[in-house]
Design a protein around this ligand. Structure first.
Ligand SMILES: [Zn+2]
Length: 264
């Protein structure tokens, strides 16, 4: 059984552990992951600098892919020069998505109007480079869906760390979006998220760590890592009502298909 981690932050993991985010660190994280069957991961940028780091990590590690964008809470001062660099990075063949971008109304560091403007620019960027859009949506479900409708969604849209209810999940599936579920689905207090997962057809599912964040039960309180993905995948399989093996096969295939990675 193999698994694909659709969204992780290898640079933030190193930072959280207080070690250099170098090739040795990435190699050791990915080899620990491989031991439990997690064979591939998308490392996701949240600033221009972090995006640059992700592209370099993907260049040096064949089982690591990159996503590039500026997170909605990091958009202060983001200008045309930054967008030009993001576009250049996004065109790299090892970059499989523009993300994470979207709206975060939980964090009040950046104004909703500014977040929306930059979300629209990221949608345009994804369409310009012809890559999937990877969305961060925190307490902003209605506006994220509305802006996607207004702008016209790129061909592939992935909701990272999906946090909506079953109604929203249904709406996303209808629109052709893919839903990526995080460790939250293992939490006792998250029945609504399991109900949401239950309405999603297998071909619309991905699974992720969002490491070092959203650590699955029973490791909550400790930093997350790709090697903990099987716990989340098992909980997702149970919520969906399939065997863990079927879920794993589906998310592997979906990962390769959605991110446009040729299967070896
Ligand atoms: Zn993330």
């Amino acid at each position: 059984m193999t698994l694909f981690d659709a969204h992780t932050h290898l640079d933030a993991m190193a930072q959280r552990s207080g070690v250099p985010a170098d090739d040795g660190f990435v190699a050791s994280v990915m080899s620990q992951a491989r031991e439990v069957g997690v064979v591939s991961a998308v490392t996701v940028g949240d600033t221009v600098g972090s995006s640059r780091w992700c592209v370099a990590a993907a260049a040096n590690h064949p089982n690591v892919y990159a996503a590039v964008a500026v997170h909605p809470t990091e958009i202060d001062g983001l200008d045309d020069t930054d967008y030009a660099e993001l576009e250049q990075l996004a065109r790299d063949p090892r970059v499989v998505a523009v993300g994470e971008t979207g709206l975060d109304y939980y964090c009040d560091r950046t104004a909703p109007a500014a977040q929306q403007e930059h979300f629209r620019r990221h949608i345009a960027l994804a369409k310009t480079v012809g890559k999937p859009l990877m969305i961060h949506d925190r307490d902003a479900h209605a506006d994220v869906l509305r802006i996607l409708r207004e702008e016209g969604a790129p061909e592939q849209v992935v909701f990272h760390a999906f946090s909506g209810d079953a109604d929203m999940a249904g709406e996303c599936v209808l629109a052709g979006y893919v839903l990526s579920f995080p460790g939250v689905i293992t939490f006792k207090n998250a029945p609504a998220l399991r109900e949401a997962a239950a309405v999603v057809p297998l071909e619309h599912l991905l699974v992720e760590t969002d490491a070092p964040f959203l650590t699955p039960h029973p490791h909550r309180g400790k930093p997350n890592a790709p090697r903990l993905l099987p716990l989340t995948a098992a909980a997702l399989a149970e919520a969906v009502g399939v065997e863990p093996e079927s879920l794993a096969a589906a998310v592997m295939e979906n990962g390769f298909r959605v991110f446009g990675i040729p299967q070896k």
